[in-house]
Design a protein. Structure first.
Length: 225
């Protein structure tokens, strides 16, 4: 069974069943809600499990826009809005509120599933980009590094060197290999420049600087202990 859970919110039982059947073929777990109030209740009870929400706009009790606003106060979970309307103004309104995708009814269930898969892939890739290494978090999109949630100031070369070490976690890397991959093959300088950069990085990482281990006669290895 897949570890992905999708919340399907629509007041039409037939529509929920149709979408549910197609999602379950992909081994997704599907939760359902028939109106806006139920959607918020189900989301609150399962927030840590829900990977994506398919949210209808026109519903009783609370419409999709109201549900979207409340969810966005606490969560960035991907949301695809489903609506019978196809006006550009509605789409713009949805994106302003934080919609990730916008699909007008009627739609092809196969296309809907393809959109779901595409968004989930982007989400998983983003999470991978922000992987945590024992309290050190690196954001490859923003090119920033945080230690226990606090951003540290690294030069571009320091950032690239630390990222290379972390990308090769638990692997002993020779100085020549580090030079070739971080400074590029056209660098012919003294390999001791690596030692200087490592020293600075360790200092900026504080207690977590110990994760960068010196491998005598070889080079360096990043290992969380």
């Amino acid at each position: 069974m897949n570890d992905i859970t999708v919340l399907v919110v629509d007041d039409e039982a037939r529509m929920r069943k149709l979408v549910k059947d197609f999602l379950q073929k992909k081994d997704y777990t599907v939760l359902e809600a028939a109106d806006g109030e139920e959607a918020l209740q189900v989301f609150t009870e399962n927030e840590n499990k829900i990977s994506l929400i398919l949210l209808d706009v026109m519903m009783p009790k609370l419409d999709g826009w109201s549900v979207l606003r409340q969810i966005r106060q606490t969560s960035k979970v991907p949301i695809i809005m489903l609506t019978a309307r196809g006006e550009e103004q509605d789409e713009l309104f949805g994106f302003e509120l934080g919609v990730d995708e916008y699909i007008s009814k009627p739609f092809s269930p196969k296309i809907l599933v393809a959109r779901v898969e595409a968004i989930l892939k982007r989400t998983r890739d983003k999470k991978a980009e922000n992987k945590d290494y024992g309290g050190i978090t690196i954001d490859t999109e923003g090119r920033t590094v945080k230690v226990d949630g606090k951003q540290i100031d690294l030069s571009l070369r320091e950032y690239e060197l630390l990222k290379y070490l972390m990308d090769n976690e638990n692997i002993a890397l020779s100085r020549d290999k580090i030079l070739n991959n971080v400074w590029n093959y056209d660098y012919y300088g003294d390999s001791r420049t690596i030692d200087s950069h490592i020293k600075k990085i360790r200092h900026k990482l504080g207690k977590k600087g110990k994760y960068i281990q010196t491998m005598r006669g070889v080079g360096y290895k990043f290992e969380v202990k």
